[in-house]
Design a protein around this ligand. Sequence first.
Ligand code: FAD
Ligand code: PHB
Length: 388
Amino acid sequence: MSDMSAQVGIVGAGPAGLLLSHLLHRQGIGSVVLEIRSRSYLEQRVRAGVLEQGTVDLLNDCGLGVRMRREGLIHHGVELRFSGRSHRIDFGELTGGRGITVYGQQEVVKDLLRAREAAGSLPRFEVADVSVADLTTERPVIRFTHGGADHELRCDVIAGCDGFHGICRPSVPDGALTEFDRTYPFGWLGILAEVAPSTDELIYARHERGFALHSMRSPTLSRFYLQCEPDADPADWPDERIWDELRVRLDLDLAEGPIVDKGVTPMRSYVVEPMQYGRLYLAGDAAHIVPPTGAKGLNLAVADVRVLATALGRFFTAGDDAGLRAYSETCLRRVWRAEHFSWWMTSMLHRFPDDQGFEQKLQLSQLEYVTSSAAAAASLAENYVGLP
Ligand code: FAD
Ligand code: PHB
């Protein structure tokens, strides 16, 4: 058994855990990050791709924006397609010039890992048997194994940044947290293809056969999603079937290229309240998830960590715990707005298998409203680019 200590012990090296470690380091606060996966796995895991202006600003402000400014694609609108029509939601016009940046989550993670490396503070990768204890004391502990040996990390605070399937949230005693949950009767099949995007801006398409999304990562890399069964097996989706389906649902003359990544994501909305128990603070997917239709998951994780890093700064430098006491309430206001927006976008654009027609009529009415009323379009636009 080997003993270590840190001011903050961080479980999970996703965007939330890595960014928290970086923001704490900039305030002179030490942290240790523990991660069950390898570095190359984290750098290759394809996930989200849309960064809100607030996320971009934060990454720039803390010295992480150099490559993002060079390689990120700035977009000032998205397209909605339905009933054979196409309509552009103009973010620039509707939100006073704001936009989004298309830059892959795995690129953000690479930039974060490089910054941690330069600071001599990389996560401990490939740890196992992680558990947390003594959460209501002033010295909570994280236990784990690494390289076959048992370790114990004593901290002042633990940040649970271990995603939806992590161990931190389930370590809280029954009854201390309240869960809010909604599962959807479909999933998304996501692919990455080595081909120039067939569109300048993202296309969200509602189609009788189900939802489809055309996104991108770079001028030579396209990202697509198709609504599928929640438990679909990617093996049942040969490349040919994917391209045919994309072409029909997007109603687009698509350029094809080699598919280099294929995976199915189930769709779920979930929030736990409060996002804290004793000295354990939950951030990102560990506390809440959204269906990806609103492109909010990664942005919410970044917003939580911004609040937590500021609160921990006050706590460690001035002994003031007001920010930590307000942490959950502060974050949950933004979380619930994003939950609503993601649920709303999902409801408007997907085919619900048990719908008798009523839902479809509502969807079409809502789409017509959003694409004909400036007030309704502005509401979509300001939520999509991110509220302050
Ligand atoms: P994560 O990125 O999940 O990071 C958690 C980390 O903790 C992981 O590295 C994990 O390996 C590690 N971990 C887990 N358990 C332990 C443990 N016991 N001990 C130590 N470490 C542990 N959002 C979008 O907006 N658009 C998308 O297209 C999109 N696609 C997605 C596809 C998938 C398959 C998933 C799972 C999510 C997707 N999301 C998407 C959501 C978005 O990627 C997440 O909201 C974002 O990753 C949240 O960051 P995080 O750091 O909170 O959690
Ligand atoms: C992506 O590019 O991965 C992406 C874009 C928009 C979404 C979800 C995912 O709503």
